[in-house]
Design a protein around this ligand. Structure first.
Ligand SMILES: C[S@@+](CC[C@H](N)C(=O)[O-])C[C@H]1O[C@@H](n2cnc3c(N)ncnc32)[C@H](O)[C@@H]1O
Length: 201
């Protein structure tokens, strides 16, 4: 299993954004949508072995985490507007349990939602080997993960603030870089997948 946790400093857990102007009405949800595409979609297919967590911290009083599973997702198309529609519907629907709770509750096929931020993932990531994607980390090519279940944390366009880093460090991650430059989050995900794909052959 490959897991990507994208920590969004500004994106809010609200469906109240405009599909015609996602960046400026959603707290840069567009960054997360591109991460979702990079993590879950390949040409004409879905990576069934991958799970994406979108940690929405844009409303400090109400952090929420969305989990999107490649194995169960339906109707995922690669264009940003379609993905935005899927996320908008997920954020608009109350979960099956009635309200957002600290444990993941289903909202639609392949998508679950939980109240809370990074700390919500403690049970989820038990047993997974955790990495922090960081420009200052060690070279991914020299420390290619070999575990069956791996988790990669990364930031959005802003990066990870000290509080987010403190929460991530509770998982004792190994910091890795994909290359010498600071890249867009979605490109980092593509490069990580590619290195793992090449190892598998
Ligand atoms: C656009 S970058 C954030 C840039 C932000 N200005 C900063 O200084 O943190 C988004 C995220 O991608 C990851 N990232 C970017 N370049 C990377 C690299 N070369 N290796 C590993 N991770 C990288 C980091 O997790 C980063 O938080």
């Amino acid at each position: 299993m490959r897991r990507f946790v994208v920590v969004a400093q500004k994106a809010r857990a609200s469906a109240d954004f405009l599909l015609v102007d996602i960046p400026s009405t959603s707290g840069r949800l567009d960054v997360l949508l591109r991460c979702l595409r990079a993590a879950l979609l390949v040409s004409h297919g879905v990576r069934r072995d991958t799970v994406v967590y979108l940690v929405l911290l844009g409303d400090p009083g109400r952090p929420v985490t969305l989990r999107i599973e490649g194995s169960a997702s339906r109707y995922l198309r690669p264009d940003e507007r379609s993905l935005a529609t899927v996320i908008k519907k997920a954020l608009a629907l109350p979960p099956a349990t009635g309200s957002v709770t600290p444990t993941f509750s289903p909202v639609r096929a392949g998508i679950t939602i939980a109240e809370g931020g990074i700390e919500t993932l403690e049970d989820e990531l038990a047993g997974s080997k955790v990495y922090l994607l960081d420009e200052a980390g060690e070279d991914l090519r020299e420390h290619l993960p070999s575990a069956e279940d791996v988790t990669f944390f990364l930031g959005d366009h802003i990066g990870l603030d000290p509080h987010a880093l403190t929460c991530i460090h509770a998982f004792a991650p190994h910091a890795l870089r994909v290359g010498p430059l600071s890249l867009h989050s979605e490109d980092v995900i593509t490069l990580v997948h590619n290195e793992l794909d090449r190892r598998i052959g």
